[in-house]
Design a protein around this ligand. Structure first.
Ligand code: AMO
Length: 444
């Protein structure tokens, strides 16, 4: 008999197009098709052998009956081997989706070796996250992991779509920079020829330098922060989805955040039904709620959190707010100027102003975004840099960009992995990060 193993990956018949599993319909009953995919599961019964074949679009039941020439050998194919199947579509009341494929012939295109981690689809995942991340490409064979990243793809796509359709211009700012925007201690230093440079912590300075001419800009960019702590909500490399708008204050952009997040969640509900079912997540389009910083601190104190005025909101405070306001994006605005970055504008231009136009957005138990109205007046900007012990000489080009016709402007940034974590109730941000970079992990 002809060898069923084919290391070169030749297909049966170049004239026959591959059918994706989700393209198989009842109306194709009796039709011969060609399928490519992975062995998901084998059920070996005495008179009938079932194979569940998986491709990125779904799972289909294949069957072989006693008398088929390959009846006994087909059940020996190891799980996750790559196979090509020629078969006939058959309507069947017993099959999981009311349809199955009778195998006419098959080829093993690449046999899988013994798996170093089990692929568990339901119930407790016994393998540690760290081990799964060591074998991330294999972990991606699991429906659960695939679903997370298919949804993440819908998040970035619908984010782009929303802002593109609303007249925003997508920009590509540099990722190697010469000065910090989010504070000096969290920078990764790199050698840039004879000079020291840093990996960008945020596209902040560049989006502001563009918005004063381009008016409405958006971007999805990687950022790096050399924070030493290892937590379930922090990465050292993450992706940010940002906007910046001219002639806008913090309330204009909070409204944009609310509308875009609602649009993204609507898209995920409409386009990722199968993935949400696999993850057992039921999504609702969130409402929004606006609270000042003072109102928030008072509310959290009333709910027995130990907090002082002027404190940042701790993780348990974010969780509590989301318990109090379910399925809601909570905007906390009017933060103390002291604890917001130098580029956030004071509420008024009064010399003694203590409140800022900065805000945080909290959703799904966690801060997903922060932003605010910016400083576009050069004298105020220089004062704020100095107040934060930063040297204005290091920000010369940034400051100069506000000298020649700068408008007032505002913007924000949503952390992509944070948002995925919040939306899909992930226990660890690394679940929503393909190849995480953290304090201990630089590979794979
Ligand atoms: P901020 O530092 O608050 O603001 O970051 C914006 C959002 O990015 C996410 N995020 C992170 N995600 C994973 N790991 C981290 N270490 C991490 N740090 C931040 C969070 C956070 O809300 N330039 C400003 C935004 C602006 O004003 O436009 C900024 O970067 O979801």
């Amino acid at each position: 008999m002809e060898s069923k193993k084919n290391r070169r990956g030749d297909t049966y018949n170049k004239k026959m197009n591959r059918t994706y599993i989700n393209e198989i319909k009842d109306s194709m009953d009796g039709k011969e098709i060609l399928l490519d995919g992975w062995i998901h599961e084998i059920r070996d019964q005495s008179k009938i052998k079932f194979i569940l074949l998986r491709d990125i679009s779904g799972i289909i039941q294949l069957l072989s009956k006693e008398g088929d020439k390959f009846f006994n050998e087909i059940v020996k194919i190891p799980r996750e081997s790559v196979v090509e199947i020629k078969g006939t579509v058959k309507k069947s009341k017993q099959a999981p989706n009311g349809i199955e494929v009778l195998i006419k012939d098959y080829k093993i295109l690449n046999e899988a070796q013994t798996l170093p981690i089990p692929i568990v689809e339901k119930g407790n995942i016994s393998t540690s996250l760290s081990k799964r991340l060591d074998y991330r490409s294999l972990d991606l064979h699991s429906l659960r992991t695939q679903s997370i990243f298919k949804i993440e793809s819908e998040i970035t796509n619908s984010f782009r779509r929303y802002f593109y359709e609303n007249g925003f211009i997508e920009i590509q700012p540099p990722c190697v920079i010469s000065s910090a925007s989010e504070g000096g201690t969290e920078l990764f230093k790199v050698k840039y020829f004879e000079k020291d440079a840093y990996l960008a912590q945020s596209p902040q300075l560049y989006k502001q330098m563009c918005v004063t001419a381009l008016e409405k800009v958006t971007m999805i960019v990687p950022v790096w922060r050399a924070e030493k702590h290892n937590t379930i909500r922090h990465l050292n490399e993450s992706r940010q989805m940002d906007i910046e708008m001219a002639f806008a204050d913090e309330f204009t952009v909070m409204e944009q955040l609310s509308k875009s997040v609602q649009y993204i969640i609507k898209s995920v509900i409409e386009k990722c039904e199968r993935e949400l079912n696999i993850l057992n997540i039921k999504l609702k389009i969130p409402k929004d709620k606006y609270l000042t910083y003072d109102e928030t601190i008072k509310l959290l104190k009333k709910n027995k959190l130990k907090l002082e005025d002027g404190d940042d909101i701790p993780p348990e405070g974010e969780r509590k707010l989301c318990e109090l306001f379910k399925d809601t994006i909570i905007f906390v605005h009017d933060w103390p100027l002291k604890i917001k970055p130098f580029y956030i504008v004071p509420k008024t231009l009064d010399k003694n102003e203590k409140i800022s136009r900065g805000f945080d957005a909290i959703y799904g138990g966690i801060e997903i975004s922060s932003g605010g109205q910016r400083v576009h007046l050069v004298d105020v900007l220089i004062k704020q840099l100095k107040d934060k012990k930063l040297n204005p000489d290091n920000f010369k080009h940034y400051i100069n960009s506000f000298r020649y016709g700068a408008t007032h402007h505002a913007g924000w940034s949503i952390g992509l992995e944070r948002f995925t974590m919040a939306l899909l109730e992930l226990e660890n941000i690394r679940e929503g990060t393909l190849f995480p970079r953290d304090r201990d992990r630089l590979i794979p």
